[in-house]
Write a protein that binds this ligand. Structure first.
Ligand SMILES: Cc1ncc(COP(=O)(O)O)c(C=O)c1O
Length: 488
């Protein structure tokens, strides 16, 4: 019996080494069971046991009727969803650190892996130029006094309402145009919560959301978030039941940085919870159109029957980050949000809205969404494979379901801030993990952008980062990769 165990373990070790050295690369099919059995002179069942062991080790996947394939490292990211590890509500203080990192990332000549934008080459600049010129000619009054104190441009409201038909029917009366998704979220938070209140957020979450909470003197409660399925609804319900939360600020479709998408059942449950506990949910849906599946996932707003969900979005990720055009569907809080919008900025550019209305109302927008989805699916897979190749084997990588970024967990003990300093010296910019937490978690994680087309510069940068990580690990005693939840 023990000789047999040794045989299949030995075969698993042998194949594992070939995978590690990339003789079999991610996505490759391993030789068939019959072939391995003949080649190694082992029984079919011994080969099967070896392959199952490799599967348990996370190195291969069995595909029905097709054989065993080398797993993309991206799938190795450990689940972080431990509902017991919710931290306490805490005031946020990331702004100074964030400013320091952003300044460093602007070092001249640095390769930009720090953003969560599409690269310029993927943006529809020419089409927008044409629409701008024709709009200015057709409706010069939009550049004069007309509508200078208006928030909404009617054509824009119509097109946003039409686009929302992809997931439901919305009341155009609850739409308020904003300068970006960031402004929409800021208005929403101000409308539904006050200084000292606690806002439930995903952990990790996008640093600007933390910055907004910080700027408004609110507290954040980090809720465990799974790299695939998003926020733990059980943990959130517990916090709601205990009266810890006054508002939620979540990115259920394509969390930044994880790229997770909350399953539809969880969204339904979340909509029910916010209604039952009478707690507003500010939903950031800026990546909703940029998922990698054929159908756009619905937002929680699609299941909201009580008006507790304020959906915030913009056209920054698909059309133009520079136009700063967004909107909010404010539900039962529409009046408060409209008031805050009005006193904050007097109105919203009706010219820009008219331009975007033309763009999002045309098939150009659909083509653009398809183009970004297709390109980013390929670029993320390319970057993920490069990270698997050049980073130490103890690292793990997210498998985003949309967006532009990868989240990489280095082994515990690695220091993302120190790595960032070294990377900047090598002219490589990325975002270190602690910026995505209110309580200093994710000290061993980094976020990198995958939007750049593959080039020798990008290749060199990923190799260089991998080498820097390796060198830093040689200096500290290595502990094996554990749950991200405990990384801090
Ligand atoms: C989750 C999330 N929300 C909002 C934004 C910002 O969108 P906007 O440029 O429209 O303010 C970003 C940009 O990175 C983001 O990642």
């Amino acid at each position: 019996m023990s000789a047999q165990i040794n045989l299949y373990e030995r075969l698993a070790d042998e194949l594992g080494a070939l995978i590690e050295s990339r003789v079999f690369a991610p996505g490759d099919r391993l030789p068939s069971i019959r072939h391995l059995s003949q080649q190694k002179r082992l029984s079919i069942s011994t080969v099967m046991q070896a392959l199952r062991l490799l599967e348990d080790r996370g190195l291969v996947d069995a595909r029905p009727q097709a054989g065993f394939y080398v797993r993309h490292r991206a799938r190795n990211l450990a689940a972080v969803c431990d509902s017991h590890c919710t931290t306490l509500p805490t005031y946020v203080g990331i702004n100074n650190l964030l400013m320091r990192v952003l300044r460093a990332n602007k070092t001249p000549g640095a390769l930009q892996l720090g953003l969560s934008w599409p690269p310029d080459e993927l943006l529809p600049v020419k089409r927008l130029q044409q629409i701008m010129a024709s709009t200015a000619r057709r409706a010069p009054e939009l550049l004069a006094q007309d509508g200078c104190f208006d928030t909404n441009e009617p054509h824009f409201v119509r097109q946003v309402t039409r686009r929302a038909l992809d997931w439901g029917r919305i009341d155009p009366q609850e739409i308020i145009a904003t300068n970006s998704c960031t402004e929409a979220i800021s208005l929403a938070l101000r409308a539904v919560a006050k200084p000292g209140d606690t806002v439930a957020i995903e952990s990790p979450t996008y640093f600007v959301l933390l910055q907004l909470i910080e700027s408004l003197g609110m507290k954040a409660l980090e809720i465990p978030t799974d790299p695939k399925t998003g926020l733990s609804i059980d943990a959130l319900e517990l916090a709601m039941r205990e009266g810890l939360v006054q508002a939620c600020l979540l990115v259920p479709n394509v969390n930044n940085p994880l790229g997770s998408i909350m399953p539809e059942e969880s969204k339904k449950r979340l909509a029910g919870l916010v209604s039952r506990y009478d707690i507003p949910l500010v939903e950031d849906d800026v990546y909703g159109d940029l998922c990698f599946m054929a159908e756009r996932p619905w937002p929680v707003k699609a299941y909201d029957t009580s008006g507790h969900v304020l959906l915030c979005s913009s056209f920054s990720k698909v059309a133009s980050p520079s136009l700063r055009a967004g909107y909010i569907l404010a539900g039962r809080y529409t009046q408060e949000v409209a008031f805050l919008k009005n006193v904050s900025s007097g109105g919203n550019s009706v010219f820009i809205q008219a331009v975007l209305a033309d763009y999002i109302g045309s098939s150009s927008y659909d083509n653009q969404v398809r183009r970004i989805r297709r390109t980013m699916t390929q670029r993320i897979a390319r970057m993920s494979d490069a990270v698997s190749e050049f980073f130490p084997a103890e690292c793990s990588v997210s498998a985003p379901q949309g967006g532009f970024v990868l989240w990489i967990a280095l082994p515990e003990g690695a220091d993302a801030m120190a790595l960032h300093e070294q990377a900047i010296e090598h002219r490589i910019a990325f975002m270190p993990g602690p910026l995505f937490s209110a309580s200093g978690r994710f000290g061993n994680c980094i976020r990198i952008n995958c939007g750049n087309a593959w080039s020798s510069e990008v290749d060199h940068a990923v190799r260089c980062l991998g080498t820097l990580v390796r060198q830093s690990l040689d200096r500290v005693p290595l502990r094996p990769m554990a749950k991200l939840a405990r990384a801090s």
